[in-house]
Each structure stands twice: as structure tokens, then as C-alpha cells.
Write a protein that binds this ligand. Structure first.
Ligand code: GLV
Ligand code: MN
Ligand code: MN
Length: 421
């Protein structure tokens, strides 16, 4: 009973601090009153990073920002050469998203550092709280820019390859923001410096909320492929061009797009496929479209399913284009394979949940996360918190601050075990 009361008090204090920080960070959006829009290399991203740095300084962490725009707070261990325990998430958001996706995980990581500091312990290994840049891929259609750079997966060519909808490349956006894209490879950490990666995140789906379960222990994250497809036709008069004499890019694209969701429905393993963006050019009611651009995002825990749907899309494009005489291009923006998270760390988390009396379940993540990128190379683990009615990537996204506190306590306990291993 006494131990239980202790944890209630701790939870209350942590809840208060997390609420203060997340409430503060809500203001750094380009769309006030209409959700969080904190795109990479924007003014709002800079403001959020400065606030994160302040919090890190407040608890005396060694603060740094790297060549990719990631921010780190280091709590040095007794053996600074031993592989560190890193915890974090991303500080960017989608357009008109919620106030918790990503950023809450950064705040939980800083909170773990604060709890370690308050305990006055000097762990054997270092603990690093991390805020990653451009996890979402919203602006450039990519994803995991910051965490990928930390692993050495990004170079200057990559920054020149991808552009936003205004034609601004990552390279140009970085320069504008005050970073030096030529230095991007300096963001890579030497192999062996990071021992494990921990991430707290909102579930962004309905399972925990619907089942009334407090915590989700994520054992697998889906793989993802993303494409930008361009179908080229010919602009013509909508009234005078007979149906068999036009090269209608919308007609061809629509025939392909209409099949994509059904191909995903045929598969098991949490397979989903989404066309989230369509643009027609010139976009006139009485003009046959000369061009259609659309995105495809395919996910599954079984990589074969993703490859199969991607192959079917290419085949269907070939067929439609052959039929009406146009052409198409398909640009791969992201390919990342599914990842199994660390069974050892999941077992520790499960034991901690039991000890504290929190309900939990193991689950798949259908959303991508920095842990997906990092988990390709390093032992990683994730903890999910309930999202009200499963809503996310929209302004109504909501998770209780006290739920973040519960997640923080579990991760602190896990971190303490790892830090002294
Ligand atoms: C990010 O939230 C993603 O899953 O796309
Ligand atoms: Mn997201
Ligand atoms: Mn996220």
C-alpha cells in the first residue's frame, strides 16, 4: 500500500511537468487553432528545439545539435566509452496534426533524465535524451531524416534528391535553416556508441483506448514503402476531344488508384496502402488533365506483401499507359523493412508493468517511428500510450498527461537496468 502511494505521488509530479512542457510546446505551430504544423527546418521547428534545449540545460545535461538538426541532451555516465542508452522521438509534425505525436516522446525522455538526476545516481553508461528532426517525411515525402542521419544513412546527395511541393530541396531548406548539408555525414554516430534505443509514443490507433489497456508494449513495427507517381497525358479541350482521342491522365491514374486499397485488403499481416495526395495539372474543370501526381504509402509486417503491392502498381501503370498512350514515372521516396523490437527489453518492461499494477498488451505498430529506423541497426523498444478514440494525425489527437507519466516511469525503470548493465 505504501509503495503504491509512493508511485501515485511520483506520477502526479511527473504529470504536472509533462503537462507544463507539452502545453508550452503547443504554441509552436504554423496553424494556430487548427492543429500542430511543425514542419522540418521551419521557424516553429527552431522554436521547439530551443525550448527542448532549455529543458535539457535546466537539468544540467550536455546539450548539442547535430548537422541534421537533431537535438541531444547527454547525462554522462561513469564510463563515457560504454555504449549509451538513448531515449527519444521526433519534434516535427505532419500538417494540421496533433500536439503529442513525437514531441511527447521527447519530453518523456527529458523527464527520464530529470528523474535520474533527481535520484543523484551516476550510472555506468551515459543516458542520452534525443529529439529527432523530420521523422514524418511530411514536407519532402520521405521520413526518418534525423534518426537516419544519426545512423549514417544520409549524405549530401540524399538532401539534393528530395523536394517539397514548392520545389525546395532538403539541401536548400537546411541552408535556409542555418545547417550545412555538406556536413550531414558528421551527424553519424560511430558504431558501438549507442547500446539501445527507447521510445515512448502515442498509439495513434484505437486498440488501447477501446480495450481499456494502459500501456502498449510494441514488439514489431511495420515496414514501409513510399512512392510519388506521375502520370503524363495531354491537355485538351474537355468538350471537343472525343473519348477515344484523348490522353487523359486522370482516367489512367484513377484506374490504378482504385485498385490499390483492394490489393491491401487481400493481404493479412496488418497490410495497408494509402493514396494520401492527388494533384491534377492544370486542374481545370473543362481541361483534360495533362498530368496527375499521387503518393502511395504501403505498410505491412510482412515485407513480401509490400513488395507485391508495389509491383502490382507498376504493372497496372504500364498497362494503363500502354492503353492510352501517355507515360508515367514512379519515384521511390522511402523503403524500410519491418523490424522486431528487443525481446529482452520487452520482458523487462512487462515485469515493471506487473510490479506497478499497470495493464498492458503486446502489439504491432502500424505507424512508423524513429525506432523503426534505429531498430534496423540497434536493439530498440517502444511503449505506446492510449490515443483517445484512436485519433491521430489530426488536431483532435489526445492522450492524458498522466498516461505519459506512467510511460515515463516504466522507461525510467528500464533505463536504470540498462544503464548499469
Ligand atoms: C508517421 O507517423 C507515420 O507512420 O507515417
Ligand atoms: Mn506521425
Ligand atoms: Mn510520430
Amino acid at each position: 500500500m505504501k509503495a503504491r502511494k509512493g508511485i501515485y505521488m511520483v506520477i502526479e509530479e511527473i504529470t504536472g511537468r509533462i503537462a507544463r512542457d507539452l502545453e508550452h510546446l503547443k504554441q509552436y505551430t504554423a496553424t494556430p487553432g487548427n492543429g500542430c504544423t511543425r514542419l522540418p527546418f521551419s521557424k516553429e521547428a527552431r522554436q521547439a528545439v530551443e525550448y527542448l534545449k532549455e529543458l535539457m540545460h535546466e537539468i544540467d545535461l550536455e546539450v548539442s545539435e547535430d548537422a541534421a538538426g537533431n537535438v541531444f541532451g547527454l547525462l554522462k555516465g561513469e564510463d563515457p566509452d560504454a555504449p549509451c542508452v538513448m531515449m527519444g522521438s521526433h519534434y516535427d509534425s505532419v500538417s494540421n496534426g496533433g500536439d503529442y505525436d513525437g514531441i511527447a516522446g521527447v519530453i518523456c525522455a527529458i523527464e527520464v533524465a530529470r528523474l535520474l538526476r533527481e535520484k543523484g545516481i551516476k550510472p555506468k553508461r551515459s543516458f542520452v535524451a534525443a529529439g529527432f528532426n523530420d521523422e514524418e517525411g511530411m514536407r519532402f515525402g520521405t521520413g526518418y531524416f534525423g534518426s537516419g542521419a544519426m545512423l549514417g544513412h544520409r549524405d549530401v546527395e540524399y538532401t539534393k534528391k528530395f523536394c517539397d511541393k514548392d520545389g525546395i530541396s532538403i539541401y536548400e531548406a537546411m541552408k535556409e535553416y542555418g545547417l550545412v548539408p555538406e556536413n550531414i555525414e558528421e551527424a553519424a554516430w560511430e558504431e558501438g556508441r549507442i547500446g539501445s534505443f527507447l521510445e515512448v509514443h502515442i498509439e495513434q490507433g484505437p486498440v488501447l483506448d477501446a480495450e481499456g489497456v494502459e500501456l502498449g508494449l510494441v514488439d514489431c513495427i511495420v515496414g514501409i514503402q513510399r512512392y510519388m507517381v506521375t502520370v503524363n497525358g495531354r491537355a485538351d479541350h474537355a468538350g471537343t476531344t472525343p473519348m477515344d482521342m484523348r490522353m487523359d491522365a486522370v482516367d489512367a491514374a484513377a484506374k490504378v488508384i482504385s485498385k490499390i486499397a483492394d490489393w491491401a485488403r487481400e493481404k493479412a499481416d496488418g497490410t495497408v496502402a494509402t493514396v494520401g495526395y492527388i494533384n491534377t495539372v492544370p486542374g481545370g474543370m473543362n481541361i483534360v488533365a495533362e498530368k496527375v501526381e499521387f503518393t502511395v504509402d504501403i505498410r505491412s509486417r510482412n515485407n513480401d506483401n509490400i513488395n507485391d503491392i508495389a509491383a502490382r502498381i507498376k504493372k497496372a501503370l504500364e498497362r494503363e499507359v500502354a492503353e492510352y498512350g501517355g507515360s508515367y514515372e514512379i519515384e521511390n521516396k522511402l523503403t524500410i523493412t519491418p523490424v522486431e523490437l528487443s525481446a529482452e527489453m520487452l520482458d523487462i518492461m512487462e515485469a515493471e508493468c506487473k510490479e506497478l499494477g499497470y495493464s498492458y498488451r503486446r502489439m504491432l505498430s502500424g505507424a512508423g517511428h524513429d525506432a523503426l529506423e534505429i531498430g534496423q541497426n540497434l536493439p530498440a523498444v517502444m511503449l505506446f500510450l492510449p490515443s483517445k478514440e484512436g485519433r491521430s494525425h489530426c488536431p483532435v489527437e489526445f492522450t492524458k498527461y498522466s498516461d505519459f507519466a506512467k510511460g515515463t516511469v516504466i522507461m525510467q525503470k528500464l533505463a536504470e537496468k540498462l544503464l548499469d548493465k
